[in-house]
Design a protein around this ligand. Structure first.
Ligand code: GLC
Length: 521
């Protein structure tokens, strides 16, 4: 049975990313949870989002914030239980909000039953064959099997097993995240079971973690150009973007096609447009995160190039473009664009640029409040990157600080307890409550932009670039009267002709000031 989706509801959706630990805590333990999300669905509906992507809430020892999954078919008690998930899906659907959940197929947790069994079993056993166990190099096996680095620092190999049965196992991320062997049919079967488990419970789709990982080259050869960082350019990094990965995506697509209207969305850190497009062929993923916009330095020329690449990549396979300014893995854009007032002003301009683009928009929780990264004290840091890098990289916690909802004191309605990462006292000015009725707030800008975007739904995916002064760009969505213009120059410039619908900052004498974007119809 292969049912084509009846609608492609995601084609121009606004999707809100909930980093589950940091969104809303319902029980005062300082960590966000599923009931917390359910309690804030009204906020999400008012914001106008079509879907919510929730980061992993499965059973996990939390070595990597839940991306180390010990049981992919159960909810960790920290986040609730299966009933809480069902209730969330039910209530979200009543409000017309879809729920996309995370899937982590590249690796498990070292606490997963399979890995425990593998460690207790001898070399060559079927238990070890679900992972990548290898003898080491050097006279006494003391060197790892190859030179691959882990994304979080240090080698991608650790030793495990009883005396006399020790081998090295591969972990592209933390040692607590052993990589699964995707040439093993049991691994495929288990993924299918997980997919159906959540599809049957009403999940509307999956965000596939490290969708360019999973498949590893035969023989696990040494890397020539392996680098730290999540980026794989085609041909550069043997650890990622191996051709065999597409077989895994075809498997997932076959399963998901049994259920109408569900969507597969890959986290694809692949820069080469043609390689990127391969993930979005008609029998693979529906959508892929393109991170070009999040990676582009602030400036009209670089942003335009990022937009053109993102459009070009999907055009090759007739897929839908996606747009992301930030997520739980990258520095928040306010900080990237210079921080302070300037960073916020630029982030607001980029929000209008993004929300006028065709395709799927991802808003990372707190982005709509104009939150910046937080400078956290050393002792607060929890990202494994901090320890693994020998305290040379602070990791991603600065962009994961919980969302401030209301009140004057840290906790800010996120929790009645102590937040899992400290929240800055200055955030009292940035709470949802403080911004909601303030017409010039960043929250009001997002709400209005999303509302207008919905009114202008359903245009073709093409853009027409219009003439614009140096340091600026302007585009019109094909088939639409809406023009978006961005000014990153140091001078105010004339506006495009038409009625101003929305601007990211006040216009000055009828001109578009620096670091401002405008929508004109
Ligand atoms: C993805 C996640 C990231 C996680 C990594 C390992 O990149 O977004 O947060 O650390 O995969 O699962």
């Amino acid at each position: 049975m292969s049912a084509q989706p009846a609608t492609q509801w995601w084609r121009d959706a606004v999707c809100y990313q909930v980093y589950v630990r940091s969104f809303a805590d319902s029980n005062g333990d300082g960590v966000g949870d599923l009931d917390g999300i359910r309690g804030r669905l009204g906020y999400l509906a008012d914001l106008g989002v079509d879907a919510v992507w929730i980061t992993p809430f499965y059973r996990s020892p939390m070595a990597d914030g839940g991306y180390d999954v010990a049981d992919p078919r159960d909810v960790d008690p920290l986040f609730g239980d299966l009933e809480a998930f069902d209730a969330l899906v039910h209530d979200a659907h009543e409000r017309g909000i879809r729920i996309i959940i995370d899937l982590v197929p590249n690796h498990t947790s070292s606490q997963h039953r399979w890995f425990q069994e593998a460690v207790a079993s001898p070399p060559g056993s079927p238990e070890r064959a679900r992972f990548h166990f290898r003898p080491g190099r050097g006279p006494d096996d003391s060197e790892p099997p190859n030179n691959w680095p882990s994304q979080f620092g240090g080698p991608a190999w650790h030793q495990a097993g009883a005396e006399g049965q020790r081998e090295w196992y591969l972990h592209l991320f933390a040692p607590e995240q052993p990589d699964l062997n995707w040439h093993n049919p049991e691994v495929h079967a288990d993924l299918e079971e997980t997919l159906r488990f959540w599809l049957d419970r009403g999940a509307d789709g999956f965000r596939i973690d490290v969708a360019h990982g999973m498949a590893k080259p035969a023989g696990l050869p040494d890397a020539e150009a392996a680098q730290q960082g999540l980026i794989s350019d085609s041909g550069g990094d043997v650890r990622f973007d191996h051709d065999d990965v597409h077989e895994v995506h075809r498997l997932m697509r076959r399963v998901v096609d049994d259920y109408p209207d569900r969507v597969l969305l890959g986290e694809i850190w692949v820069r080469n447009d043609a390689r990127f497009a391969m993930y979005l062929r008609p029998d693979e993923l529906h959508l892929g995160f393109n991170f070009r916009l999040a990676e582009a330095p602030y400036g009209a020329e670089d942003m335009r190039e990022a937009i053109e690449h993102s459009l070009h990549a999907v055009a090759e396979v007739g897929a839908t473009p996606t747009w992301t300014l930030s997520n739980h893995d990258v520095t928040r854009e306010v900080t990237r664009y210079g921080g302070g007032e300037l960073g916020l002003r630029r982030a607001r301009a980029m929000a209008l640029v993004e929300l006028a683009l065709p395709g799927v928009i991802f808003v990372y929780n707190g982005e709509e409040l104009g939150l910046a990264n937080v400078e956290l004290p050393d002792e607060a840091l929890q990202d494994p990157v901090w320890e693994r890098s020998g305290h040379t990289s602070r990791g991603r916690d600065g962009g994961r600080v919980p969302v401030p909802w209301d009140g004057d004191e840290p906790g800010f309605g996120f929790t009645t307890g102590r937040p899992w990462l400290p929240m800055p006292t200055e955030w009292s000015k940035l709470t949802v409550a403080a911004q909601l009725d303030e017409p010039r707030s960043t929250l009001s800008l997002y709400r209005r932009a999303i509302e207008l975007r919905h009114e202008h739904r359903g245009f073709a995916s093409a853009l027409d670039w219009l003439p614009a002064p140096d340091g600026c760009f302007a585009y019109r969505r094909a088939g639409s009267s809406l023009v978006c213009m961005l000014n990153t120059s140091a001078e105010a410039v004339p506006l495009p002709a038409g009625e101003v619908l929305l601007s990211s900052a006040k216009l000055v004498d009828g001109l578009l000031p620096p670091d401002t974007a405008v929508w004109v119809a």
